[in-house]
Write a protein that binds this ligand. Structure first.
Ligand code: GLC
Length: 532
């Protein structure tokens, strides 16, 4: 708010306010500005001992403004337009990109007959999973079975994410050693040697079915520091050898590809997968002709002779920068990120970022509209301190008073003792914020998947809507599994896009999202068989 006595300055200030960068900076600085400038806003309408805080706007105005910037870009015609633009982006990167649309060495899908015991690793954004997996092959009832005989989930917290280079792989080797010891104990052996498969939740430039160059890692990891472009398999095996861990790396796949191959072991029609957790990604089984030859790098001629299709790690998170509209809070998150613009779709849609977007909105509402009477709850000024699970809690709370969700919020983000008790409208605003952020994420994800399905359909020489074009997408990840209504909401938008987009309306579901729990860790084992 500026003084009327300075129209020229006010005009300049207003003109500046129109720039996105200025808005992003203002979002970041709003708590500080609120504190520094609050003296200007205090008016003594009552006796001196009581002062009233006056804000730039009311909570109703702030809520309406927030709703508008989140919902306006989500009309069906706009989403279909984004899908067309994303399809063009995908085609460009299938021709030339060294960090997305990455072809694996996997050119066959499992038959479901494969058998054996494997040690499987799954390095995710927040969990490292080590498991003993048994592929049982096809049973009399025609179903192929995979058993998890042992599994350990190890939390990856900031301390582990901060491990640099070989330290991170030494940490992995210790957990692998523990699981191998369990295998020996279960089997009465002392020095069993297990084939191992790795599902790696980051981009890798595959140089063989069991090797690949380490590429940039998002999600706040530092393991690449000093190891960029080194072979991932060798980094892990070097640590295992140092600790006398008797394993052999036989397959490395991206977690998206692992999810697809494990679903294909049980469902021969599987052709696409979605990872939706801390990060996001999709894998798709495409004709090799969909990619430029240069994308494959130096491969034996025999590989090309036998490969009609190839499993592609799309790194879908890296798309959308020039297509999907963002808000000033998204721009502030991106501006403050260690890897700005690296994964635009991920920064708008996943477990690591939905809470952060909401945190920036809440700080803005506190400073400019008096949410929580202008008081900042504990930790809320700390980047990534607002957990996406809290948004889920506000969406899931059946109590109109939001008593459970608000108590959960205050347990992590206490208000200062001097603050008045939060009003019902404060909690309702928090739930509205959660809904706006998560529904936009669902719409953008559905649009990105619709674009990938349309591209795959075209590359297979099919017409969208004809029988062969229908696919099921194997889904895995904590957001898909645990955020209430998230997958269903994404499916709803997908149905609308597929129906409207082709003008066929009904005619059955063209793209079905199907949960495939544990498919990433299972796929690490299945990938070993495929690699053979
Ligand atoms: C990130 C990684 C990608 C991974 C995804 C899901 O986007 O870049 O490789 O598949 O997270 O874990």
């Amino acid at each position: 708010m500026t003084s009327a006595r300075q129209p020229f300055l006010a005009l300049i200030f207003d003109l500046c306010k129109q720039t996105r960068l200025f808005k992003a900076i203002m979002v970041m600085l709003s708590p500080l500005l609120q504190t520094l400038t609050s003296t200007h806003h205090i008016r003594t309408k009552q006796p001196r001992h009581v002062v009233e805080q006056v804000y730039e706007k009311s909570m109703e105005e702030f809520t309406a403004e927030t709703r508008a910037v989140f919902e306006k870009p989500l009309s069906l015609d706009r989403l279909l337009d984004y899908s067309d633009k994303l399809q063009k982006e995908y085609k460009e990167r299938l021709q030339s990109s060294n960090i997305s649309m990455l072809p694996s060495y996997q050119h066959t899908l499992p038959t479901g007959l494969e058998k054996g015991d494997f040690l499987a690793l799954d390095v995710g954004g927040s969990t490292f999973r080590v498991a003993l997996i048994r592929l049982c092959g096809r049973k009399e009832n025609g179903e192929s079975e995979i058993q998890i005989r042992r599994i350990r989930n190890v939390v990856i917290d900031k301390k582990i994410r901060d491990l640099k280079g070989q330290e991170f792989f030494d940490w992995m080797a210790e957990r692998i050693a523990d699981m191998l010891a369990e295998y020996n104990h279960m089997n009465g052996t002392t020095d069993a040697r297990l084939p191992m498969g790795l599902a790696w939740s980051f981009p890798v430039e595959q140089t063989s079915p069991r090797t690949g160059k380490l590429l940039a890692m998002g999600k706040g990891f530092c393991a690449t520091h000093g190891c960029e472009e080194q072979d991932l398999s060798e980094l892990i095996m070097r640590s295992c050898r140092r600790k006398n861990v008797n394993v052999e790396m036989r397959a490395i796949v991206n977690d998206g590809s692992a999810t697809l191959v494990s679903q294909a072991y049980r469902d021969p029609t599987a052709r696409m997968s979605l990872i939706l957790g801390t990060g996001m990604n999709a894998a798709v089984y495409l004709p090799t002709t969909a990619l430029a030859r240069a994308k494959f790098g130096p491969r034996p001629a025999a590989w090309f002779r036998s490969a009609a299709h190839v499993l592609v790690n799309t790194e879908l998170s890296m798309f959308g920068k020039h297509t999907l509209p963002t808000t000033r809070w998204d721009d502030a998150l991106n501006a403050a990120h260690t890897l700005p613009d690296f994964q635009p779709l991920e920064y708008l849609c996943t477990g690591r970022y939905l809470g952060e977007i909401a945190r920036l909105i809440l700080l803005d509402a506190i400073a400019s509209a008096g949410l929580f009477a202008g008081h900042v709850p504990e930790l809320l000024t700390e980047p990534y301190a607002l957990d996406t699970r809290l948004l889920a809690a506000f969406e899931a709370d059946p109590d109109p008073a939001l008593s459970t969700a608000s108590a959960t919020f205050l347990a992590s983000h206490r208000l200062p003792p001097s603050a008045p008790a939060p009003r019902q409208e404060d909690w309702l605003f928090l739930r509205t914020t959660a809904q706006l952020v998560s529904r936009r994420a669902q719409a953008y994800l559905a649009t990105a998947l619709h674009a990938l399905w349309r591209l795959r359909t075209r590359e297979e020489g099919l017409e969208p809507g004809c029988d062969g074009s229908a696919v099921s997408i194997a889904c895995n990840g904590t957001l898909a599994e645990k955020y209430p209504g998230f997958l269903q909401g994404t499916q709803g938008v997908l149905d609308a896009l597929c129906g409207e987009g082709m003008g066929v309306g009904e005619g059955g579901r063209k793209v079905a999202l199907e949960m495939a729990p544990e498919s990433s860790i299972l796929g690490a084992a299945v990938a070993v068989c495929c690699a053979e």
